[in-house]
Design a protein around this ligand. Structure first.
Ligand code: IPM
Ligand code: MN
Length: 352
């Protein structure tokens, strides 16, 4: 019996999660998977109502689940930073979800903005460090609000944090059985402390994986190569900030936020799966948001739980919907409503 914590969140989050849960229901029936869900009301609405973002008691409860399923966090009436830090980053940090795993895979039937590249060229995965770097919150102000103001934001990179992230990337690459290549994405020519550590750790750990090739690319160059030669990549490993940036680029390469999913993973604890797009409040409540990203996140959740067939069949069904049914992946332009897309995934799932 899997216990799954569901956080529908803000904006279009709940509509996306609703479709994901429909698919979970269908796949569980097909593969005789037992699960129960507990829904947590976290997000901008609750914050505005009660002043509470994420109580510590909730964090403790969440530790007792097998996985978490998150819609989106973000509210137009809440000042930027409060919900991001107070909910999303707090969850990642407190639950030590030290990997942010983001596949960049172009499905058949999906249009990429890159001319002359197809599904055979675009299939890689980014392993983003998820608890350190610039996100750690180190730094501060001096003389704030004056003309002498100083703002410092420091990137924290611990040997332990870097090592465990790199090891995860190499292990993942081994399991993925694709190009057997891990590319470190950094900026060793300028960030000569942080990425010096990353680079040394990278080549040291690589010795433990003699059959995996290593590559290195600066973050700016990788933005270029992701567009020019996406077929070069298999597993890209990088720090928190660079990972955040290149995975938005990756999402566009694979067809947009309508399809891009990710997992915040603690291999020894509870992991959280989410569509990587935001709460998109302007589309909320209209039944027009694309739920495929959330459904892909569900597939990643099942894979992480070890339900490989269920995960695979969800992905295959999503591909069928892309090939046969959707006019576009964008909200409002799919040619189907949010709930119809969920129904279509279930139909293919049952036919497989
Ligand atoms: C993401 C988001 C978050 C991040 C924000 C909302 C804090 O952009 O999941 O990529 O920067 O990690
Ligand atoms: Mn981001």
């Amino acid at each position: 019996m899997y216990k799954i914590a569901v956080i529908p969140g803000d904006g279009t989050g709940p509509e996306q999660i609703r479709e994901g849960l429909k698919v979970l229901e269908a796949v569980s029936e097909k593969f005789k998977i037992n699960f129960e869900t507990v829904t947590y009301d976290l997000g901008g609405e609750r914050y505005l109502r009660s002043g509470e973002a994420l109580p510590d008691s909730v964090i403790d409860e969440l530790k007792g689940f097998n996985a978490m399923y998150l819609g989106a966090i973000g509210h137009p009436e809440v000042k930027p930073g409060i919900l991001e830090k107070g909910i999303l980053l707090k969850l990642r940090f407190e639950l030590d979800q030290y990997i942010n795993l983001r596949p960049v895979k172009l499905y058949p039937g999906v249009e990429t903005p890159i001319k002359e590249k197809g599904p055979e060229d675009i299939d890689f995965i980014v392993v983003r460090e998820n608890t350190e770097g610039l996100y750690a919150g180190a730094g501060g102000f001096l003389k704030k609000g004056t003309s002498d103001e100083v703002a410092i934001q420091e990137s924290i990179n611990t040997r332990k944090g870097v090592d465990r992230c790199l090891r995860y990337a190499f292990d993942y690459c081994e399991k993925r059985k694709y190009k057997k290549t891990v590319t470190l994405c950094g900026k060793t020519n300028v960030l000569t402390y942080a990425f010096d550590l990353w680079e040394r750790a990278f080549y040291e750990i690589a010795q433990e994986y003699p059959n995996i090739k290593t590559e290195y690319a600066h973050v700016d160059a990788i933005c270029m190569w992701m567009i020019k030669n996406p077929e070069w990549f298999d597993v890209i490993v990088t720090d928190n900030m660079f990972g955040d940036i290149i995975t938005d680029l990756g999402a566009m390469v694979q067809g947009g936020m309508g399809i891009a999913a990710g997992g915040n993973i603690n291999p020894e604890g509870v992991s959280m799966f989410e569509p990587i797009g935001g709460s998109a409040p302007k589309y909320a409540g209209k039944n027009i948001i694309n739920p495929l990203a959330a459904i892909n996140a569900l597939s990643m959740m099942l894979e992480t739980l070890g339900e490989y067939r269920a995960a695979k069949e969800i992905e295959q069904s999503v591909v069928q919907v892309c090939v046969n049914n959707l006019k576009s992946l964008s909200a409002g332009a799919m040619g189907h409503t949010t709930s119809e897309v969920g129904d279509l995934v279930i139909k293919y799932l049952q036919d497989l």
